[in-house]
Design a protein around this ligand. Structure first.
Ligand code: MN
Length: 413
């Protein structure tokens, strides 16, 4: 396991800092001026547009308000910039130009880090699929027959992917309870989260191009935390036979820093044992999942955040590389900026479940927050926060929080 790389930015050397020199996640920030690309280091943001203008970095599109140009350059360019940044920020290498390019993270606004080309959400958590199958169908046949053979997914909406901290209104939708004769239209009463990781595609494929799992892994630029907000009552009524539609189209929140595959390399791990042999096009050739500790807190308005879930990304059945290889396998063109949701990450026990649907077993068993409030699903004003990090020897690779607060449903007009 790699050790902490020491930086002249002192706060980056704190073993609890999410952003040591080993991490160098990419994002987009502004400080009352034009948004541009930066990397997080300790409690500072390094302005990559300024370094590019000063000639300290090659022209990489860092003056743009999105990482897409840089992401499209591929793994040699990613490795080159990472090596240069590591050198510039290494202990002993400070300069006036570099100091002038640092901003306090508390003083900047973080934006969506890349233009989301398209958004696909998968369903790769075995425990989650089992729980949902048990709740919605039958515990005896909880897993759909295809589940152990292909990473199931649906095409979601890129237009409503938002950065952490973006507030949004409770979704409206068509609802029909089992006892209702007719559906009605109103605010969702069963608003939920899904704890997921998002893989960010850097390199595109052409329509018709086939890729191996290894090639798919090379196309992935990095990872973010992802909350696939879900309206369970809208979902229950609409989902058959074409899958989720409006139940998940109103908002998807991602964390503001894209943690690169290079930063996560020491934490690669294998997928769990295969229960059925996979077909060759999605068979992995090595460890392509990551050991990333994940947690979720929930806070009532003005209340203390309460941890409601703790789990790990390594429990997923399919890696993002397998999902991407499968996604392109029919001839589907993949684009720079495509976002692939992993599927809800639920560990094997209660307390490790990544959605309220599972934690409360369909709303049957309410959870109690620190202030004594109880919840089955999300109420107006509640704040949900996803967090994650990979733990190294004396350092951690953090993601920065993925936060959302729910506003009341919007009045018509
Ligand atoms: Mn999902």
């Amino acid at each position: 396991m790699t050790e902490l790389l020491r930086s002249w930015v002192e706060t980056a050397n704190d073993p609890d800092s999410p952003f040591p020199l080993n991490n160098l996640p990419f994002g987009v920030f502004s400080a009352g001026d034009a948004p541009r690309c930066g990397v997080a280091i300790g409690d500072r943001v390094l302005d990559l547009a300024a370094l590019q203008a000063a000639g300290l970095l090659p022209e990489s599109g860092f003056d743009a308000p999105a990482l897409n140009s840089f992401m499209a350059k591929g793994k040699e360019a990613w490795a080159d910039i990472r090596a240069r940044l590591t050198d510039l920020l290494r202990e002993g290498n400070a300069s006036d130009t570099l100091r002038a390019a640092l901003q306090e993270m508390g003083g900047v606004t973080l934006h969506l880090p890349f233009t989301v080309a398209e958004y696909t959400d998968f369903y790769a958590g075995r425990q989650h699929a089992f729980n949902v199958g048990s709740l919605f169908r039958d515990p005896e046949n909880a897993l759909p027959p295809n589940w152990l053979h292909i990473p199931i997914g649906y095409n979601g909406r890129a237009s409503t992917v938002v950065v952490s901290g973006t507030e949004f209104h409770r979704p409206m939708g068509q609802l029909k309870g089992p006892q209702d004769a007719m559906p009605g239209f109103g605010p969702s009463k069963r608003l939920d989260i899904e704890l997921e990781m998002g893989a960010v595609v850097g390199l595109p494929t052409e329509m018709g191009q086939r890729i191996s799992v290894d090639e798919a892994d090379d196309m992935i630029f990095g990872y973010v935390l992802l909350n696939d907000w879900s309206a369970r009552d809208i979902q229950a009524w609409e989902y058959q036979p074409l899958g989720p539609f409006q139940a998940k189209a109103f908002a998807t929140t991602i964390s503001p820093w894209v943690v690169t595959k290079a930063a996560l390399a020491p934490f690669r791990c294998a997928t769990p044992p295969r229960e059925k042999e996979l077909l060759p096009h999605i068979r992995d050739t090595g460890p392509m999942l990551y050991d990333i500790d994940l947690s979720v807190t929930m806070a009532a308005p003005g209340g203390t955040p309460t941890e409601i879930c703790r789990t790990n990304y390594n429990t997923l059945y399919y890696s993002a590389a397998q999902q991407l290889a499968h996604h392109a396998s029919s001839g589907c063109a993949m684009r720079t900026g495509d976002l692939l949701g992993s599927g809800t990450i639920s560990g094997p026990e209660k307390g490790m479940f990544g959605s309220l649907l599972e934690m409360t077993w369909g709303g049957r068993d309410p959870i109690t927050l620190e202030g004594g409030e109880t919840r089955t699903f999300i109420e107006d004003g509640d704040t949900l926060t996803l967090q994650g990090h990979a733990q190294g020897e004396g350092y951690r690779i953090g993601f920065g929080p993925c936060v959302g607060t729910i506003l009341p449903a919007r009045d018509q007009g």
